[in-house]
Design a protein around this ligand. Structure first.
Ligand SMILES: [Zn+2]
Length: 90
């Protein structure tokens, strides 16, 4: 019997470890720029707790983790995305 080992990643905001599928992945893709849940390149993970994604410092933390500057529009898209995830049944 093969046991499935979850891939663990750390939330950049609360620094807690979660199963990767429970996190929102933000990637700085080499070709397409910032992407959510896809893309190849430097990535950061954020858990779906409101405390984390609505953190006033989240933009700064993301910029630091991804080593890039983010547009305000991106934060809006990102918030919409993560809020919609919270509405999905688990
Ligand atoms: Zn978190």
């Amino acid at each position: 019997m093969i046991q499935q080992i979850p891939v663990l990643r750390v939330c950049i905001s609360c620094r807690k470890t979660y199963d990767r599928k429970d996190l929102l992945k933000i990637t700085k893709d080499h070709k397409q720029g910032i992407m959510l849940q896809k893309g190849m390149g430097r990535s950061a993970y954020i858990c779906k707790s409101k405390k984390c994604y609505s953190d006033s410092k989240i933009k700064k933390k993301l910029q630091k983790a991804l080593k890039t500057s983010l547009e305000t529009e991106f934060i809006e898209i990102f918030e919409k995305e993560i809020t919609s995830y919270n509405n999905y049944p688990h």
